[in-house]
Ligand binder design. Structure first.
Ligand SMILES: Cc1cc2nc3c(=O)[nH]c(=O)nc-3n(C[C@H](O)[C@H](O)[C@H](O)COP(=O)(O)O)c2cc1C
Length: 348
């Protein structure tokens, strides 16, 4: 067992967080991670798209963000009843998403208030991609912990002052949204650790025991993994997406493309190369937006050639699609061996 401030704070077994991965549905995945002793996270962007005028994708229903959030929380609560696992939600608070972010966060706080089981086990609200200030007070008042994803020591210090409990330092190798300044985990994580008094979790590039041990050596209290958890048996991502990650053999097979909602790291394929071309050729915002929507629909249909699939550089290190429990326990066991057996032998 590895005990850190993260495992102590949340009373979880392993210092491993499954990343929020909106617009995809991670209800079953978060339950599996929570059952395995990590922190499972319900993703929420997909819950907001209906309110923004789009049809629901990835198993989300035609419900308001509030109803959708309450329904997902209820599902995870039921799927984790036996293990009494701990879970949380991720809500990006970017300007484009602000109209629904408050509704989603309030729904989770409402569920905590009205259901003692949820209050006991939905312990964390992770915000990302914007300024969390309008939400921190209500999250803390409800008794939940607030974590925020940051791309720099500057942002970490800002949210520390707001009362945030933990910052997640997210490096440029990560899948999905990346910051405009391309600072990678090896530099970012220890810099953020040094800049604040609150605990820091590392994100971007983590997938196994070696990288967990490295994160702890860099001063982190745990890791958050996105791409690695996509390629698991229980994740809701289609097998075509999971297999695509498993079959990538080169750590160069991702690229960052500028979409309408900022920079995202994608698995390299013809659809993403076309997306880059569109942006370079000065295509209108409408054209780019339509392309992104078509790509999401292609992901849902399992058409990998037409899908722009977010994924991190670490895809090049992922070779199998394990069960979540085996993955999480394997990572911790490998990290323990490195810390307890391999590294001490280096000291003479
Ligand atoms: C498919 C996908 C969707 C993502 N969506 C979100 C999101 O909705 N909110 C968020 O905070 N981060 C999102 N991210 C970033 C992850 O939370 C996480 O920080 C990142 O995946 C870590 O890097 P890794 O992929 O190397 O593990 C997403 C990542 C992926 C791969």
């Amino acid at each position: 067992m590895i005990k850190t401030k993260l495992t102590e704070m949340l009373e979880i077994k392993h210092p491993i967080i499954q990343a929020g991965m909106g617009p995809y549905n991670t209800t079953k995945l978060s339950a599996a991670v929570s059952n395995a002793g990590g922190l499972g996270i319900i993703s929420s962007i997909g819950m907001g798209v209906v309110a923004l005028g789009f049809k629901p994708l990835f198993g989300f229903e035609n419900l308001s963000p509030r109803e959708q959030m309450l329904s997902s929380i209820d599902k995870v609560k039921n799927l984790t009843k036996d293990s009494q696992g701990i879970f949380g939600i991720n809500v990006p608070v970017a300007v484009e998403f602000q109209s629904v972010a408050g509704e989603l966060i309030n729904a989770a706080l409402e569920a905590r208030e009205t259901d003692s089981e949820i209050a006991k086990r939905l312990k964390v609200v992770i915000t990302s991609a914007g300024n969390p200030e309008p939400y921190v007070e209500s999250i803390k008042e409800s008794g939940a912990f607030h974590f925020h994803v940051v791309p720099s020591p500057y942002h970490a210090q800002k949210v520390e002052k707001m009362g945030t409990d933990i910052v997640i330092a997210s490096g440029h190798e990560g899948g999905g949204h990346v910051a405009y300044d391309p600072v990678h985990t090896m530099v970012l994580l220890p810099a953020v650790v040094r800049s604040v008094k609150i605990p820091v979790v590392g994100a971007g590039g983590f997938c196994d025991g070696t990288t967990l041990a490295a994160a702890l050596a860099l001063g982190a209290v745990g890791i958050q993994m996105g791409t690695r958890f996509i390629a698991t048996q229980e994740s809701e991502f289609l097998s075509s997406y999971k297999n695509y990650i498993r079959d990538i053999n080169d750590t160069r097979d991702t690229l960052v493309a500028k979409g309408l909602f900022g920079n995202l790291r994608y698995l390299k394929n013809p659809a993403v190369l076309k997306m880059v071309e569109l942006a370079k050729s000065g295509a209108s915002e409408e054209e780019q937006f339509n392309f992104e929507i078509q790509s999401l629909e292609a992901i849902e249909a399992g058409d990998v050639e037409k899908s722009a699939m977010p994924g991190g550089e670490v895809a090049g290190r992922i070779k199998e699609i394990p069960r979540v429990k085996d993955l999480v326990e394997g990572i911790v066991k490998e990290a323990e061996e490195i810390i307890k057996v391999k590294l001490p032998k280096l000291i003479v």
